[in-house]
Design a protein around this ligand. Structure first.
Ligand SMILES: Cc1ncc(COP(=O)(O)O)c(C=O)c1O
Length: 431
């Protein structure tokens, strides 16, 4: 308790997750995370998609320890390094080649938002256009360039006037918009009097992680790509949260039948929770001048080491992808039955699923109850109304079943309490 009071005084008010998870965590392994007091919880948040392979994977840890004890170079700016070369070879062999994808790898500063910055800058440089189209409910990071693409006003309010160069359009199926079809987007560009000029790029997530787990259909994504091609604009897919298998394939866009011009990756790329981000770009877009987008920490060799192990361990064949799809079915089954019972909406794809509540307080209550009972989950969506179910992709069947059971119980408790409170109120009004 004393430590928590001291931390509150020392850490800025901007802290967020630790407000709800009011414990000090000390150790973690696989899907489990333990507090200093020795309470162990099942982690269904996975570092918000940064721990797809769980906490402290044994093989990645061993490789990292060997590298560190062998005095492997830690910081090397963007020098060639043995660790970087091994990672690039592995990524080419295990991810790009099998999918017939031709991309150059750019290592940006180690956060997702920096990869997004690089993508926007490059799109502008290549096309000579300023505007980028971003979509309702999109989240792309919190540095100024990326924040101009992020839709949620909560994040935008502090710098609103500086968030320029973005045309906002409706994401696929956005229920808050009157016309959200890709056809209506095309009509805007086709109309010489709409006042909307062709952009440098269209930027979107295939599943909106922070925006409420809205999913883009293949039809919508293909249409956006076709509009981009028609108007010589680029397609940038933000795979920072959806990437590295989260939706059931290495990239979420694979399931939509599109081939983006640029792809941003971060979060689970290092495999071990180490900071690492990368922009994939088509070779013909590589018009950067030397060092034009740089950053001291582009060469995080420790991340290269663990990332290469992750690729070898999970992406050498299709076994892992199949297991993700099986677990996704298990999650979907449980969420569907909660949806039927309590009239909630199931959202998401793969192992990036959730339940949308009409009343955000009931989502918050369910999350608090999950935490009480031993599962870490978080919310997303414009009003924090979606309970997000994102266990590590490597979670074992028993832990997955146990976590889902706790979620079912917690949601059941929150919903039945709310229903009986509503009934009591109705009875009192009748009397
Ligand atoms: C889709 C997406 N893009 C970008 C970001 C920003 O990444 P980072 O927090 O590493 O800057 C996030 C973070 O949640 C994200 O989900």
């Amino acid at each position: 308790m004393a430590t928590q009071i001291q931390s509150k005084r020392l850490e800025s008010k901007v802290r967020s997750y630790c407000r709800r998870l009011n414990d000090e965590f000390s150790t973690a392994s696989g899907a489990l995370i333990s507090t200093k007091q020795g309470r162990t919880l099942i982690d269904f948040l996975s570092g918000c998609g940064s721990l797809n392979y769980g906490h402290n994977d044994r093989d990645m840890k061993e490789a990292l320890v060997d590298y560190v004890t062998g005095d492997g170079v830690t910081l090397s700016l963007d020098f060639h390094s043995v660790a970087k070369t091994a990672f690039m070879r592995s990524f080419q062999e295990r991810v790009l080649q099998p999918r017939s994808l031709d991309y150059v790898m750019q290592f940006t500063g180690p956060t997702g938002t920096n990869a997004v910055e690089a993508a926007i800058k490059l799109a502008r440089k290549k096309t000579g256009r300023n505007t980028v189209v971003a979509f309702s409910n999109g989240f792309h990071g919190c540095t100024l360039g990326a924040l101009s693409l992020t839709a949620n006003d909560y994040y935008r309010q502090s710098s609103r006037e500086l968030l320029v160069g973005v045309e906002r359009m409706s994401y696929d199926g956005d229920s808050g918009s009157s016309d959200y079809s890709a056809d209506s987007i095309e009509a805007l560009f086709d109309n010489p009097s709409s006042g909307v000029e062709p952009p440098a790029a269209f930027v979107f997530e295939c599943v909106q992680g922070e925006g409420g787990l809205n999913t883009a259909s293949a039809e919508w994504a293909q249409k956006i790509q076709a509009i981009a091609r028609k108007y010589q604009a680029l397609v940038i897919v933000d795979e920072i949260q959806t990437g590295c298998g989260r939706t059931g394939s290495f990239f979420a866009f694979e399931q939509l039948g599109i081939e983006p011009d640029m792809v941003t990756l971060a979060k689970s790329l290092s495999g071990y929770g180490l900071p690492m981000a990368m922009l994939l770009l088509k070779p013909e877009l590589d018009v950067w001048a030397t060092g034009e987008h740089n950053g001291t920490f582009r060469g995080n060799n420790h991340a290269f080491v663990t990332a290469a192990v992750a690729l070898e361990k999970f992406w050498s064949d299709s076994t892992f992808e199949r297991s993700v799809r099986n677990k996704s079915e298990q999650i979907t089954y449980v969420l569907n039955s909660l949806s039927e019972q309590f009239d909630l909406q199931v959202k998401g794809r793969g192992m990036m699923m959730g339940l949308s509540f009409d009343e955000p307080e009931l989502c918050a209550k369910s999350i608090a109850q999950c935490y009480e009972q031993g599962v870490v989950v978080e919310s997303s969506g414009p009003n924090d109304e979606v309970l997000k179910v994102m266990p590590p992709l490597t979670i074992d069947q028993n832990e997955l079943a146990k976590g889902l059971e706790i979620i079912s119980r917690s949601v059941g408790l929150a919903m039945t309490e709310a229903l009986s409170a509503a009934e009591t109120k109705a009875c009192a009004q009748v009397r």
